[in-house]
Design a protein around this ligand. Structure first.
Ligand code: SR1
Ligand code: MG
Length: 407
């Protein structure tokens, strides 16, 4: 039976779950030895670290409401079922980028997994201006492989449709539809504004025909294009890493959607980190710029290789004629180009919502000087408005655009 855990109940749960007990305690040891602390700082769930000396693990539990709002915002616990299933799928595809799962319970809406105690959350590390040489490559591969291997390019029609059915994540998709694609573009009680934000910028994007049409199209795309199993919330708080290893966590928003959504959300968080930098932080800005460029370039190259290698393996009749493979390659380029346009569009949506919506990013929200914070938010909003209404041919052009808002 479901119970909301607390530190004592976590000890009791471990004690009664043979797999977890054996990972943390010797047979003759009592569960009272276990040190438990709640460390969750996300918007949705509770996260406990359970330790016995140098043995440890993490237990994450969903409660029947949205943590960052409180019990007055009910949210069913089924989100943990999506998180568990998405973690398993991602682990199958990219074991090196997904924590080990030790135990899961749909009934208790919890998952027990590897404690990433040698790793830190990327957002916090970027705020401290830390550099990770392998990050771009790792996230690019994670994106290219999870998106490709869950799409119609790789799976049979039946396998793919069964997965689409399994990942109908109604409630969390509704959160995204509301908080990314709707509320920021209207007067809504959930929005919040920095005290010194120039509200004419907000009025401008809320009443711009070009921006509103572009956002409405992206919202529709998000709701209708079941291209691949998305992580669904791939911001820099969903990544834990050190110099050598990178892990993607928290896929509770997983569902079948447009591939560019995951890419765009991630790139937007890099762009906001870039804009958060001070004028004189030249080398960090160069690093973030290289992250944006390398992520897209490694991702698109790998995605195309995945497509071509698979086609060479299956040798479908459709492309089996002289020049067939060349024609298939032209299709790959065309698909990747439209994924690029989508990514830039979704990037802009994430930038709008993190500036005026309910859930902010610490890179900007933690800037103490109110004038400075409001100026950065204005830059992000104006940059988002241009990104969502323009057409770019390359990631270099997008970077050039973002750099104009470093002012
Ligand atoms: C209203 S919930 C706010 C946000 O937290 C999650 O991390 C998602 O980004 C969601 O939109
Ligand atoms: Mg999350």
């Amino acid at each position: 039976m479901y119970r909301v855990l607390n530190n004592d109940l976590v000890r009791e749960y471990v004690d009664k779950t043979p797999k977890l007990r054996s990972l943390l305690l010797n047979d003759d040891e009592s569960a009272s030895l276990l040190e438990v602390s709640e460390i969750g700082d996300g918007n949705l769930n509770f996260v406990y670290i359970v330790k016995n000396g140098d043995k440890s693990l993490v237990i994450k539990q969903a409660v029947p409401y949205l943590r960052c709002v409180g019990e007055e915002y009910p949210l069913s616990r089924i989100r943990m079922t999506f998180e568990i299933e998405a973690l398993k799928k991602e682990k199958e595809i990219c074991p090196q980028f997904v924590p080990d799962i030790y135990h899961s319970s749909h009934e208790m809406s919890l998952v027990a997994m590897q404690n990433l105690n040698r790793h830190k959350i990327l957002r916090g590390e970027m705020i401290k201006r830390k550099v990770f040489p392998k990050l771009a490559k790792h996230i690019a591969i994670f994106l290219a492989d999870t998106l490709f291997y869950t799409s119609d390019f790789y799976l049979t029609s039946k396998e793919k449709k069964e997965l689409v059915k399994k990942f109908i994540n109604i409630e969390l998709c509704k959160i995204t539809e509301d908080f990314i694609f709707t509320h920021p573009y209207e007067e809504n009680e959930t929005n919040s504004y920095s005290p010194k934000l120039d509200m004419s910028v907000v009025k401008n994007f809320r009443q711009s025909k070009e921006i509103k049409v572009a956002i409405a199209k992206l919202r529709y795309k998000f709701m209708t294009e079941a291209q691949a199993l998305l992580h669904g919330d791939l911001h820099t708080g969903s990544i834990m890493l050190n110099e050598e290893e990178t892990f993607v966590i928290d896929p509770e928003f997983a569902f079948y959607g447009p591939m560019g959504f995951d890419v765009g959300i991630y790139l937007a968080n890099l762009a906001m980190s870039y804009i958060s930098c001070d004028k004189d932080e030249h080398s960090y800005k160069e690093y973030v710029e290289s992250l944006i460029k390398d992520t897209w370039e490694i991702f698109s190259k790998r995605f195309k290789e995945n497509m071509i290698n698979h086609e060479k393996e299956v040798k479908s009749l459709q492309w089996d004629y002289p020049n067939g493979l060349k024609h298939f390659e032209a299709f790959c380029d065309d698909f990747i180009a439209s994924m690029f346009d989508d990514s830039v569009g979704f990037m802009a949506c994430e930038m709008f919502r993190r500036s005026v919506g309910l859930a902010k990013v610490a890179d900007i929200a933690d800037i103490k000087d109110e004038e400075k914070r409001a100026k950065k938010e204005k830059n992000i909003l104006e940059c988002a408005g241009v990104l969502v209404t323009s057409k770019y041919d390359s990631i270099d052009e997008v970077i050039k655009e973002i750099k104009k808002y470093d002012r």
